[in-house]
Design a protein around this ligand. Sequence first.
Ligand SMILES: *[C@@H]1O[C@H](CO)[C@@H](O)[C@H](O)[C@H]1NC(C)=O
Length: 549
Amino acid sequence: MYLVSSPVEEENNLVMKVAVIGAGVSGLTAIKCCIDEGLEPICFERTDDIGGLWRYSDKVTEGQACVMKSTITNTSKEMMCFSDFPMPAEYPMYMHNSYVQKYLHLYAEKFSLREYIQFETEILRVMKKDDFEQTGQWVIQLKDKKTDKVKENIFDAVLVCTGRNSEKYVPNFPGLSNFKGEVVHSHDYRKPTGYEGKRVLVIGIGNTGSEIAVELSAIASQVFLSTGRGTWVFSRITDYGMPIDMTSLKRIMMKLKKILPQSLIENLVEKKANARFDHTTYCLRPKHRVFAHSPTINDEIPNRLALGTLRVKTGVRTFTENGLIFDDNTVEENIDVVVLATGYTFKFPFLDKSVTEVRENHVDELYKYIFPPKLEKSTLGIIGCAHVFGPSMPVLEMQCRLSTLVFQGKVNLPCCHDMMLDIKSKQEVLKEKYVKLHKHTVTVEYIEYMDELATLNGCRPDFGSLFWSDPKLALNCYFGPCTPYQYRLHGPGKWDGARKAILTQWERTLGPLKTRPLGFIEQPSQKNILLFSFVFVVTICYLLQALFF
Ligand SMILES: *[C@@H]1O[C@H](CO)[C@@H](O)[C@H](O)[C@H]1NC(C)=O
């Protein structure tokens, strides 16, 4: 329907046409952001439905990311939702992937996103138009998968929303080709059926590897989890059963992290992790400090290790025909299945070389991890490349919000030279801060990165005025979890429901637990007042300190 637009129409059409590639989380919010900004989005989706990796399927195709049957979110509902669309109150604190999929359908329905999507359409090439230097326009070659027809279309801007979890990454393990057992990449692992009674080796202790190892340890005869580097493990819920991201992703925490010595903070956080189970005793302790790499979020690992159904091992030295030798020279034989939870790399095969020099996984060559710096016109954004310490959905949304403003010229990016300087300085910081691993060339801190983008597009919360105009809200924003609604309080894309959403976020988080009325226990209103006074006093001290010292 949108494919062929007559030349006459095109001339009259002053609205920018934006091609959105992919209808997963990023693609959906990209469409919404375009509509909000008065742009005309046209989204191309390879499959026949929305949802991207959240759309569970028993069969996965190459190059198509997909959760496994049991995947549960590792960020809590209020942290991971879109900033102007809270999750339904009845959804649990952490959700099975089917809830996320339902949520995405609700989002698409509420904002009528579907009418902008062309399903079963594959993007073959994205090229600069001949007069790109003047117009910033793109020629997109696409294939209708139902008819196999190939067409070319012209767009004023492009948002690449294909994600970074589709191309399997497999390091070179010596001898793996000699191994006679079954080898599966976690990408193709769907559910535990078929693994009953087997001896399984899982390689990689990221979120996925740990989930698979734990899941299989309930039914396999023995599961080994191989990791060269080890990891810090945190549970989804922490003290008093509160979600860990809501208790740690706070502005006050970020401030403390900045003003207190780094090593002190690291010691405290590591102490906390070890209080749950000692990482040395359980042989998971990594060499790196706790912030040098994304921790693993897993509720079960220590329990399964304690039960012995799961055993942690070092990295792999070499595979043999029926087993393997580990780095510490121990040998395990009769391994039936090896699961490679070794992660993903990303590529943009359809992007012309002249568009971006982004090599595999090296998105640190993008300005703010979105914009290729060397384009004559900033009319292309790559969404979702940065790896975030925290929820990713709000970040994807923020990247789209910024991109649409950049496309329209409402936000101007610096010149190429300055962008390159910014990129170089960021690379230096990253190198120092994080363990160098192929898949973590870019890791960003949630609040910092959100604030950085929000500063550019003018929706960063302004605490200076907020403390005076609405102290209750300001306290909630500063000392409470940094939920995405904070970026809808003012500026472009302001949402009137943001304040209420912030003040009710804990109700939506803890409400689903209230399934058994405890009539005899007093409601903790007293405690709230105490807490509020305490927070108030701390704030006053803080303000005084800020004013006078
Ligand atoms: C959640 O899991 C995904 C997939 O493994 C990972 O990319 C992300 O960093 C994790 N998030 C957190 C907060 O650990």
